[in-house]
Structure formats: C-alpha cells, structure tokens
Design a protein around this ligand. Sequence first.
Ligand SMILES: Nc1ncnc2c1ncn2[C@@H]1O[C@H](COP(=O)(O)OP(=O)(O)O)[C@@H](O)[C@H]1O
Ligand SMILES: [Mg+2]
Length: 371
Amino acid sequence: MVALPLRPATTAQASSENYVPCAWRSPDEADMSAWEVSPMAALRTVDAGVKGAPVGPLVHGPVLECRELHKRFGDVEAVHGVSLQIAAGETYGLLGPNGAGKTTTISMACGLLEADRGEVIVAGRPLTTRSVAAKAAIGYVPQELAIYPDLSARENLRFFARLYGLSAAAANARVEEVLAVIGLAERAREPTKNFSGGMQRRLNIGIGLLHRPQLLILDEPTVGVDPQSRNAILESVEALSAEGMAVLYTTHYMEEAERLCDRIGIVDLGELKAEGTRAELVALVGEHDRVTLEGTGDLEAAARACKSLSSVRAASVQDGGVQLIVDSARSVLPELLRTATDAGLAVSAVEVDEPDLETVFLHLTGKALRD
Ligand SMILES: Nc1ncnc2c1ncn2[C@@H]1O[C@H](COP(=O)(O)OP(=O)(O)O)[C@@H](O)[C@H]1O
Ligand SMILES: [Mg+2]
C-alpha cells in the first residue's frame, strides 16, 4: 500500500491541535464516566474541545480504528490487511469496484462479522461481534432496506427508536428531528410502500441516526436511487459530518467520493491500495493525462497495443472504449490513434482529462473503476 500521512478532518472538530493519531488508550475509571454518557453528549464534548474547554478522551483518538483486518471466505481472500482511522467530523470513503471487499470491511468495522485477524476500536473501545456498549456508538445503514412497508415513515422511526431503548417522549422528539434531517417531514404519515426507492433509502438512513451515533457507516447508499434523492442523501451526510459525526462511506462512484470525503481509501481485491485526500491521491499519478478512446471493435487488442507504447503507463478496456494513462496526451495522441486503429478499434470519440480518482484507480490497479 502507498502510505500517505494521516490527515485530520478539515472540520473544526478534528483540528490538528487535538487530533492524536493512534492514541487509543484503555480508558481509566475517570474516563469511563465519559463513555457512559449519550453519544450526543459525547459530540458536545468534542465541540467543547474545539473551544479550548477541557476535553474528554473521545477527542484524543479516532472514532473508528481498524487494524490489519483480514477475512477469508473459502478460497476468496475478501479482506487482506485493511487498516484505517476516522476522526470525529471526518468523512472517509472506501472507493472500489464491486467485489473489492468494501461490505466485508465495514461488516467487521461495525461488529456484524467476526474478523479472522485484526482489531476494531470504536470510540476508544475494542469491538467484537459480542460488544454491546461499543456498538451503541455506531449507526449502520446496510445497502438493503430494513423498513416496514405498511407503516408510515414516522411509525417506522418510532418503532426503531423504542427498540434502541429511547423512552416514548424521547423517541417522539428524536423522530421529528430525524425526519427533518432526512427531508421526509412532509411525507411522514404515508405508508412507506408508496415511497420512491430513494425516499425508502433515506428512511433507512434515518433509522441509523435515531440513537445519535458518533460513527455513521453507510454501504453504497445511493445505488439505484433517483437523482433528487441521491442529492438529498449526499446533503444529509454533509450536514451530519458538519455536526461532528464520523462517517464511513463506501461507494464505487468516484464523484461521490470526491464530493463527500475528506480522505479516501482506494480498495481492490481486499486490499487498501492507497489512502489520502483527493489531492494527495491524484498527486500519486504525477504529470499524466487520462485518454479515453471511445469506439467499437477489438477493444482488448487495442488496449494491449497501446500499452506497448513507451509513453503509455496503463491501458484498460472499459464499457465502449479503452482508457489510458499517458505521459503527455498532446504529443502522443496521433500515435495512440494510429496504434489503436491498426489493432482493430474503430474510434468514434477521444477524450482527454486531467487526472482524477478514476485515473488514480487505473494507475494503482491497472483496471478501470467501472468496467
Ligand atoms: N458471505 C460470503 N461468502 C463467500 N464469499 C463472500 C461472502 N461475502 C463476500 N464474499 C466475497 O468476498 C469478496 C468481497 O465482497 P464484498 O465485501 O461484498 O465486496 P464489495 O462490497 O466491495 O462489492 C467478493 O469476492 C465476494 O464474492
Ligand atoms: Mg458491497
């Protein structure tokens, strides 16, 4: 893996003065009183730290720390040595294609799946599948919906709030807050079976917020939703992050990782290939351009032929064309076109882009993020 320096979040809650990477320590008796308060109170502790007031132990370490996680399913090494840390107020994106190991990683990070090897520490506490207290700090939003279609949004939220142990009065108040966060207050009385897929997905996220978690884990929350709901989901995540929540967000959409995430971990075949801010990751590619040759014909042969040119760093077949990383698009373009055409590609369009996360993925793995 390419090691880049750990960066605190850009938000005030994780300013570099009070952020100490890897500083987990076993909480002593005095500290324990801080762990037992409600997660929202814990967030207020973080806020207090920013203003210079005495700070609790939560400020001094990451909200989530995964150390060397491993998981194998039979012959498949689904996760191989993944380590990451997320601070309060920081949104961390796991970006990788289908099958990269994102869901397996976060299943271990939230205590749903036992790791073969490695450790998870949440808000200072070691987490296993049997942990109860440490899990209370986590809001997990699975990719599949877990809501009752015959109940309204408000009834669903009240039901889950009571399951989380909130009193009736506290549940009622919290449900109204959550409805506002997910933008469903106007539609709160309708049965959720009438909702669009995106609205159901937003309710699914709301359920994960009821107990005011310090860490929100979202597994590809925008797959298959309409653009309006997608934007509403992204805005909710931005708002929660601004309030100090730590967010772990998995996606295979580069645009979402670029918009939401303070830091991004690029995953492929169970491994974290690199992590850093967008700028740090793009800098890994160096002074190169991404060239996309759209067209039909023998894409594989065209990619192979282009790859043999000295100025081509990587070449990969993608839907409807060939994607390349080249030293200087301006000088190499005529030769690229000739080579690809000779190899059997009927080129219909050419696109040249500055490096972005797609380029980084291609650079690190030799593959396109979305084939
Ligand atoms: N329960 C399971 N049993 C067997 N193989 C699994 C299981 N869960 C995941 N895998 C395999 O592990 C790899 C990683 O899967 P996953 O974590 O779901 O990836 P992602 O979420 O990035 O799409 C894939 O090859 C997948 O087929
Ligand atoms: Mg997945």
